[in-house]
Design a protein around this ligand. Structure first.
Ligand SMILES: NC(=O)c1ccc[n+]([C@@H]2O[C@H](COP(=O)([O-])OP(=O)(O)OC[C@H]3O[C@@H](n4cnc5c(N)ncnc54)[C@H](O)[C@@H]3O)[C@@H](O)[C@H]2O)c1
Length: 311
């Protein structure tokens, strides 16, 4: 298939690599010639610095959008208006009204709109969801997510809720099959040169399940873990290795659950291409992306008003 990748910075280069390896005909668009030169050195792809050139190429059926968050809405809208199927990186937009507008536009134009919620393609989390759905863990009492690493303070005004929040919040949505109905959030720009919150505790409730998410750019330890405590068993998953430890609550014995790790980006891209070919939704559909952006709006509201938001 003829595919466009818009934005070939740090993460866009990964999209280019996977489409290229899957033998698609790839056109890459970036404002910076040096990024285009870098992808051209590695893969046989077409390149342009002019977004309109890509948009006006009617043979390009589908695009990945991997530009900075603040540009997602405008670029995705243009692509959908031009009849392109879209895989839009997370966070879908920085405003939930705009996110739902994109969902409507895709529906109206009968186009696939998928979001880069890559953890829905992580075999460890898929297995965890299965353990929850089959009742192996019992009633789910709590979930604790640690999503931390050390980063320099960002200069482009992005905050921790929009940067690390989408993955952690969507994992909750994915494994529990429901969105939280209550959120209470506390965050701070820890370092003096940080303009936005760069470490936060997001507390939520989804039905009777209590959730605590620790997101941080100031913690010198890269962690991507989910610990789910059920009435019968508990499960700890390292989302980077995709390995699960299952703990029997009654005697605290532990066992490893075998998981064949997936390459989530390859799975995400293949699922998008299949959805385009067969005209169906992906498991990381645009509506899910919009719901998560709405949840992040509520996190911001909770921080600003220093209160619990129920909805
Ligand atoms: N799913 C994940 O796990 C994951 C991981 C990292 C980043 N991301 C997301 O990927 C996106 C990109 O992040 P990044 O770290 O690669 O950013 P980046 O700044 O490294 O790259 C963005 C690129 O987009 C280009 N660009 C901006 N506007 C453009 C336009 N109008 N036309 C063409 N190119 C344009 C820029 O020149 C730049 O090269 C972000 O939304 C980020 O949240 C997702």
């Amino acid at each position: 298939m003829k595919i466009g990748v818009i934005g070939a910075g740090y993460f866009g280069k990964n999209h280019v690599r996977e489409y290229f390896n899957a033998k698609h005909d790839v056109t890459v668009c970036d404002l910076k010639q040096e990024n285009l030169d870098a992808v051209k050195e590695k893969h046989k792809v077409n390149t342009t610095t002019d977004l309109n050139e890509l948009l006006n190429d009617t043979e390009i059926k589908a695009v990945s959008i991997c530009t900075q968050n603040s540009t997602h809405f405008e670029i995705a809208k243009k692509c959908l208006e031009k009849g392109k199927h879209v895989l839009l990186e997370k966070p879908m937009t920085l405003d939930s009204k705009q996110a739902f507008e994109l969902v409507e536009l895709a529906e109206k134009n009968k186009l696939v709109l998928s979001v880069g919620h890559i953890f829905r393609y992580n075999n460890g989390l898929i297995k965890l969801k299965e353990l929850i759905d089959t009742g192996e863990l019992g009633e789910i009492f709590l979930a604790r997510l640690v999503w931390t690493n050390l980063n320099e303070p960002f200069t482009d005004n992005r905050d921790i809720y929009f940067d690390l929040g989408p993955h952690a919040l969507d994992i909750i949505y994915f494994i529990l099959g429901k969105l939280p109905n209550e959120v209470s959030c506390r965050g701070i720009p820890s370092r003096t040169n940080a303009s936005q919150d760069e470490t936060a505790f997001i507390n939520c409730k989804a039905g009777n399940t209590l959730i605590n998410i620790d997101v941080s750019w100031v913690t010198p330890e890269k962690k991507r873990t989910v610990f789910v405590v059920g009435s019968e068993k508990s499960a700890l998953i390292d989302c980077m290795t995709q390995q699960i430890t299952l703990i029997n609550n009654s005697d605290m014995t532990e066992k490893n659950v075998f998981v064949q790790a997936s390459n989530p980006l390859i799975e995400e891209i293949n699922s998008f291409v299949k959805a385009v070919e067969n005209n169906h939704k992906t498991v990381s559909d645009g509506k899910i992306g919009a719901e998560i952006v709405h949840l992040i709006d509520l996190c911001h509201k909770s921080v600003k008003e220093q209160k619990t938001i129920s909805f």
